[in-house]
Ligand binder design. Structure first.
Ligand SMILES: [Zn+2]
Length: 290
């Protein structure tokens, strides 16, 4: 599944490169360096991997996990007693001054243009930035916030300090929501957010009804009650096509996990090809089982 996504991103990247706009980066993925953390800090977990946790006899995930838990599965897995799967929706980044030093709270930057919609509140210390297309990049476990809701931020704006609020170790977890508040790839939203806001007007509704914990639930797929597929992803994706004469598909620009990412791709293509009068189309497609 990840291979498919990568191919889609690359497909649209060449389009962006033509446009020579700000989305035309060679590697657009989130890295520690792009968020102002020392370069040596690695990505220690990827979005949409499945982790297995130990539970009590009520099926509740234990606050303090025993040795070896939680662990990430790399192939399909059959649950044992007192185990529960959870989908990890974000990228985890280390927070160390240098590779030999222990993790410590450190300043990190927004990495994107946007408006702050969460400023470190809740039991996971979430700072969230809404980018121009309405999708949101969320930074979890922070220990301090230097911004407030409504602040307009740029990629170099320092948002706060990393921490371990709601986590067992100090690190930075970066996840994303589409404008429909569904979990999507943080790398995609990071890329979309390289483009400046189209207006400096603050959003009227700054997630009044938004419950951070509630919206973080992405139920893992389970087969026959016990079997957990290693690959977990949203049920649908969006294809972007260029439509030619007679309604035929002339070009396939890529596939994305969210409509917002797909429309950003379509927009970039139109900007890159101003003399081309063909229309683009975003089409929702079911993700087929392998
Ligand atoms: Zn994480």
């Amino acid at each position: 599944m990840r291979k498919l996504l990568l191919a889609a991103v690359l497909g649209c990247l060449s389009v962006h490169a033509l446009a020579q706009d700000q989305l035309a980066f060679k590697d657009t993925r989130i890295t520690a360096e792009k968020l102002g953390l020392p370069q040596a800090n690695r990505r220690t977990s990827e979005p949409f991997v499945v982790r297995i946790y130990k539970t009590n006899d009520l099926g509740e995930i234990l606050k303090k996990q025993p040795n070896g838990y939680p662990f990430t599965i790399t192939k399909d897995y059959v649950l044992r007693e007192y185990e529960k799967p959870r989908v990890h929706e974000g990228v985890d980044l280390q927070s160390r001054p240098s590779p030999n030093e222990p993790s410590t709270p450190m300043e990190f930057k927004a990495g994107v243009h946007g408006v702050v919609v969460r400023a470190g509140d809740g039991n996971v210390g979430m700072i969230a930035v809404q980018v121009w297309d309405g999708s949101v990049l969320e930074f979890l476990h922070t220990s301090a916030s230097f911004v407030k809701v409504g602040d307009v931020v740029a990629p170099d704006t320092v948002l706060g300090l990393t921490g371990k609020k709601g986590a067992s170790t100090i690190h930075l977890h970066v996840q994303a929501k589409s404008n429909f508040r569904k979990p999507i790839s943080p790398d995609l939203v990071f890329r979309i957010g390289q483009q400046p806001l189209q207006t400096t007007e603050k959003p009227e509704d700054v997630w009044e009804d938004f419950d951070a914990d509630e919206s973080n639930v992405f139920e893992p797929k389970v087969i026959d009650g016990r079997k957990i597929p290693a690959e977990q992803a949203p049920e649908t994706k969006w294809g972007v096509e260029v439509i030619g004469g007679g309604g035929s598909v002339d070009l396939n620009l890529g596939e994305f996990w969210s409509y917002s990412a797909a429309s950003a791709c379509a927009l970039a293509w139109s900007k890159a090809n101003p003399d081309d009068l063909r229309l683009t189309r975003e089409r929702e497609v079911k993700v087929t089982e392998k």
